[in-house]
Each structure stands twice: as structure tokens, then as C-alpha cells.
Design a protein around this ligand. Structure first.
Ligand code: LLP
Length: 428
């Protein structure tokens, strides 16, 4: 389920008319549905019933303080990848003791900060990092809780830029090298306490099969580590894919519970039902690190059509959002459904929807048949709640868009639109 649907001919987010938000706050504008975020978090949590588990939301997907505060209120854990994300979680009232810290390149400052805040685990990506963690912890006279990320060499069958679990990726330590590494760490690194094992094979997985393959491959290893080193948790990572094609329609058919594979390739229910039986008797706490599955379909980017340009070969609809606001189409060939805020009736047209930036990659769709919206009309780029605003930049000296969080019939500005003065404030 998600909170976006036409009501009386105009697109709403829960009880709020998106056209009125666009008029009041301007465009480009990110709008998130609090109800959807709550729903997705709770569904995943419930789907894992039967296993001792924790849902650690991957902050990188959407790190707005109000989104984090909402999730902290649901007792979420948090998967962070920088000192900055830890700072945000703490500012939002999240508990550092429920934070895991991932990433291949943690700096000294970040390690110190996270150690002092008492995070749950450093998810370490190399032996070099583990040794450095031991050194920093020793200097502070602390013991660093840690897990090593295993690279299970499983094909996630997703876009190559968001596939992470193959041996040619930079992430994690080879499956075959893990046991020896834990033994060396136990013998040589007294300021590290290995309390778990972590894995993450990729993002936007739309089939359960690679998850099953990875879990089955790594299970004997975690059991060995538990027996030999007393590890207490296994993080199976994030990566659950969402609906991008026809995502508006998907909101009205309760697609998370859709029984047919055609309706939805991977539901949260299916994820839980398939993995719980494989995980429940391991005697380990299971951590999940979903980002996109929680917030992806909970957000849209609103943008206004400025011009329609008739080229010799194509029709271009030029809008006021650019690749600096939402980079997924340019970077991953990401598909975002495009719908006008006014419920369309009648004519459709084959168009490219493009932004104002001076790059050919600045498009939201190419050769797509869309309802024939006009200059002045506002459209929504669906499924933009994850890896949307967080990847936005000031390229072309364009201010970052505002963000709105809708909850029922209230809409709150959770980030003000940047001003030009904000952009240059730190420059000399
Ligand atoms: N855990 C780790 C260690 C990760 O690297 C990631 C995502 C996650 C969890 C959360 O994955 P999710 O559940 O959101 O799939 N910007 C790209 C996605 C990059 C994902 C990076 N890692 C996109 O827009 O598709």
C-alpha cells in the first residue's frame, strides 16, 4: 500500500491535495507519506514474526530528520554509513545502541565518534579496517563491537551499479577468508569484540531467490562462528525491491499482499514467509537493513512543466526539476512512473520529459507514452522517496528542493527550500 491516489480528479497524498502543496510551496517539491512509511515498517516487522529480529532502517535512503524521528518512534534500529548519518539519527532521537555502521572507508573521526556514542556494531569491510578499529579502540581504552561483512559471491540480478555481493565488488571479505579472519581477530585484537556477521548482496532485488541463495550459503558459516566465537547476530542486509512501473495503480491493490507473482514479484510478506523458517532456529538475532522498501514508494517529486518543445525527431516536455534533484534515471536508468496531478482523460503522447540542466543525461523518461500534460501543469515522479532528495546536489547552482511530510490531513515542511544565499554561504 502507499498513500498516493486520485480523489475527485486530483492526485492526493493521504488527505492532502498535491496541487495545493505545489501552489503553496513551489516546485520541485518532495512529498512523503508518513502513513506509508509506518505501514511498510510495521509490515516488514510483522513479516519477521517468529525470529528474534531488528529492523535497522538504512538511513542513506532518506535521512530527513522527520523521517528518522518517525522511525525512531516505531523503535527502529538504524543502519548508518557515516558519522553524519549517526549525528542525524541522534538529533532525531534515535538510539545509538541500535545503530550499525557500514561502509568500506570509515575515517578515524567517524570511528571515534561512533565508539564514544556506543553504537551496536561496526560492520567492517576488510581486515585492514578491523585492525585500525582495534587501534583506535585501544587508544580510547574501549572495546569496539564489530561484525565483518561477508561477500557471499551471489548474483543479486539487479543493476550493476547497485549489485554488491559478487567477488568483483569492492564490498566485504571473501566468504572463504572469514573463518580465518575471525580466528586471527580473536587471537590478536583484544580491543575488538566480534559479535556478529553481516552481508548485503545488492539493492532493488525483485526476486526472493538471491536472498535464499545467500542465506543458505552463509548459514553454515554463521553457525560455525557462533560455536567458535559466540557471535550473537547476523545481519542479512537490505535490498528488498519496490514497484517502479505502474506504482500508482499498485497503491490501490494492496500490492504487498498480492498473491500473484505477476501482481508483485516480491512482497514483504513473501520475504518474511520464505526467510523466517530458514532463520528461526539459528539462535541468532537477525538484523535487517531495508531502506528503499520502507520509504521508496512513500515519496513523490512534484515538478511543473515549463515548456513543450517540438523537435524534429521528438517532443520534449521541459520541467523545472532536473537530474540534480532526482538522479536515478540518469545514473541507473531508473524508471519512475510519471503522472499528472490532474487526473488524465483522453489523449496520450510519446514524449521525453527532461530537466533544465545542460546535460543530455538530464531526463526523467525517454520515448514514453504519457497523458498529454501542458506547460503550467504539475506532474508527479512516483516512487521517489528513496535515493531521491538524499542524492540531490546544487549542480548548476540550483537550490535543493523543499521536503514535505504528510500525515493524514496535515502537511508539514520538514525541510525548507534552499535559498541562493544558503548555497554560497560557505564560500569566499
Ligand atoms: N545495507 C547496506 C550495507 C547497503 O549498502 C545498502 C544500500 C542497504 C543496506 C539498503 O539497501 P536497500 O534496502 O535500500 O536496497 N542509490 C541507489 C541504491 C544504492 C544502495 C546502496 N546500498 C538507487 O537509487 O537505486
Amino acid at each position: 500500500m502507499h498513500g498516493f491516489a486520485y480523489q475527485n480528479g486530483s492526485l492526493h497524498c493521504e488527505g492532502i491535495d498535491l496541487q495545493s502543496l505545489a501552489e503553496e510551496h513551489g516546485t520541485p517539491l518532495y512529498v512523503y507519506s508518513a502513513g506509508t512509511i509506518r505501514d511498510h515498517f510495521t509490515r516488514l516487522d510483522q513479516a519477521m514474526t517468529g525470529v528474534d529480529h531488528e529492523v535497522a532502517y538504512a538511513v542513506k535512503a532518506n535521512s530527513n530528520l522527520s523521517v528518522l524521528r518517525l522511525l525512531a518512534g516505531l523503535d527502529a534500529g538504524f543502519d548508518i554509513v557515516s558519522g553524519g548519518e549517526l549525528f542525524r539519527v541522534i538529533e532525531a532521537g534515535g538510539n545509538p545502541a541500535k545503530c550499525t555502521f557500514a561502509g568500506v572507508g570509515k575515517t578515524r573521526d567517524e570511528i571515534e565518534y561512533a565508539l564514544k556514542q556506543g553504537i551496536y556494531s561496526f560492520n567492517v569491510e576488510s581486515e585492514e579496517e578491523l585492525r585500525y578499529l582495534n587501534t583506535v579502540a585501544a587508544e580510547l581504552d574501549l572495546v569496539a563491537p564489530a561484525a565483518v561483512r561477508v561477500n557471499p559471491n551471489v548474483d543479486a540480478k539487479t543493476h550493476k551499479y547497485i549489485s554488491t555481493g559478487k567477488s568483483e565488488n569492492k564490498f566485504g571479505v571473501d566468504f572463504e577468508a572469514i573463518e580465518d579472519l575471525y580466528a586471527r581477530a580473536a587471537a590478536e585484537l583484544p580491543h575488538v569484540k566480534l559479535r556478529g556477521l553481516q552481508m548485503h548482496i545488492g539493492s532493488q532485488l525483485t526476486s526472493i531467490q538471491p536472498f535464499v541463495e545467500a542465506v543458505e550459503k552463509v548459514t553454515p558459516l554463521v553457525l560455525t562462528l557462533k560455536a567458535k566465537h559466540g557471535i550473537e547476530f547476523w545481519s542479512i542486509g537490505g535490498g528488498i525491491g519496490i514497484v517502479y512501473h505502474d506504482s500508482l495503480a499498485a497503491g490501490s491493490i494492496d500490492w504487498w499482499d498480492a498473491k500473484s507473482e505477476q501482481d508483485r514479484p516480491l512482497t514483504l510478506t513473501q520475504y518474511g514467509a520464505t526467510l523466517v523458517p530458514r532463520l528461526k532456529d539459528l539462535g541468532l538475532k537477525i538484523l535487517l537493513e531495508p531502506g528503499r522498501a520502507i520509504v521508496g514508494n512513500a515519496g513523490v517529486l512534484l515538478t511543473r512543466c515549463l515548456y513543450e518543445k517540438q523537435g524534429t525527431a521528438k517532443t520534449f516536455k521541459i520541467v523545472d526539476a532536473g537530474m540534480n534533484d532526482l538522479i536515478r534515471p540518469a545514473l541507473y536508468e531508473g524508471h519512475h512512473e510519471i503522472v499528472p496531478l490532474k487526473e488524465p482523460a483522453g489523449e496520450r503522447k510519446l514524449v521525453d520529459v527532461v530537466g533544465p540542466i545542460c546535460e543530455s543525461g538530464d531526463f526523467f523518461c525517454q520515448n514514453r507514452e504519457l497523458p498529454d500534460f501542458q506547460p503550467g501543469d504539475t506532474i508527479a515522479l512516483m516512487s521517489s522517496g528513496a535515493y531521491g532528495f538524499v542524492m540531490a546536489s546544487n549542480y548548476n547552482t540550483r537550490p535543493l528542493p523543499a521536503e514535505i511530510l504528510v500525515d493524514g490531513t496535515t502537511a508539514q515542511v520538514v525541510r525548507k527550500r534552499q535559498t541562493l544565499e544558503d548555497i554560497i554561504a560557505a564560500e569566499r
